[in-house]
Design a protein around this ligand. Sequence first.
Ligand code: HEM
Length: 133
Amino acid sequence: MATQTATAPKSPYDRIGGMPTLRRITDRFYDLMETEPAYAELRAMHAADLAPMRTSLPLFLAGWSGGPREWWEANPGKCMVSLHGPFAINRETAGQWAEAMRRAIADAAIADHEIAAALADTLSQMALGMAKG
Ligand code: HEM
């Protein structure tokens, strides 16, 4: 049986702090979305009940960052980008998503500052790239 060496690179998922940190980030993200008037437009695009998203987004981010792939197993063939096709995402709402996520990541105080910055930058770019106008 293969044993992991001490030098094996850690996945981004592990460097972030795994599921507990991803849950902290996404709960803070949806708390900000629910309470900050600056994100009202983004909030209005979502369902009244954000509980399913509070479950789904951390599971998506887990698999995406190299951790457990539960979201993919539960959603075979589902594409995160395509599922946003029906939403009228513009520069403003994409910017709100990116800013709320950046704040949520900062508030999670991830010890590994390099991975925290990479996570914030990558998710911001993904969100801004999803704007259709
Ligand atoms: C660009 C700005 C974005 C907007 C406006 C947006 C909006 C939405 C909306 C309205 C939903 C449906 C959920 C509901 O109705 O409550 C959703 C679902 C989802 N979004 Fe986004 N989103 C954005 C960016 C992103 C990004 C960058 C990611 C991933 C990094 C992401 C991941 C997801 C996931 C995983 C789901 C749920 C999929 C599922 O499990 O069914 N979204 N999004």
